[in-house]
Design a protein around this ligand. Structure first.
Ligand code: FES
Length: 175
């Protein structure tokens, strides 16, 4: 498993290093570089921050400072089931923050984090364009409108049941 993680990290590092080499070493390229990395790897690994800082010859804390300022950047790999909770105005006034808190409590992670088994990640997002359904959460690619704190557990349970069902079917087909 550790070997697997190591290989994955190494692959990410090599990819970033080869791509960043094509970009001029100028501070103005910082955000486009971070966007490029996130687009390719879905998050900004700590190693990426270091490589970017070295490439642009600026302190690591400056890269972190910029990356954390914009909430488009993630610092953890997304889970297999990414959960996005809308906290745009319409969702916020309809207690979107309580929905977010409920997901955080059930999964024991905070906004921007991923569960240790990499199954779930939580992210707060700005308006996703269906305010009439507020408050809204998106689980995988499905929009769940008129969310209520009491629906959070059911949603997570359904994913768990589907996962177990898929595993059972896989085992059956292997036997
Ligand atoms: S504010 Fe949540 S969908 Fe618009």
């Amino acid at each position: 498993m550790d070997e697997e993680i190591f290989t994955e990290e190494e692959a990410i590092r090599n990819d970033i290093q080869s791509r960043i080499g094509e970009v001029e070493k100028e501070r103005k390229h910082l955000i486009p570089i971070l966007q490029m990395i996130q687009e390719r790897h879905a998050y900004l690994p700590p190693e990426a921050i270091k490589i970017v800082a070295e490439h642009l010859k600026i302190p690591i804390c400056e890269v972190y400072g910029v990356a954390t300022f914009y909430n488009q950047f993630r610092f953890h790999p997304p889970g297999r089931h990414p959960i996005k909770v809308c906290l745009g105005t319409a969702c916020h006034v309809r207690a979107g923050d309580i929905i977010l808190e409920n997901f955080e409590r059930k999964l024991e992670i905070k906004d921007g984090e991923t569960t240790p088994d990499k199954e779930f990640s939580i992210e707060r997002v700005a308006c996703v364009g269906c305010c009439a359904l507020a408050p809204v959460a998106i689980v995988d690619d499905t929009v769940h409108g008129r969310m209520a704190p009491s629906k959070v557990e059911g949603l997570l349970l359904r994913i768990q049941i589907e996962k177990e069902k898929a595993e059972r079917e896989k085992q059956k087909s292997e036997n």
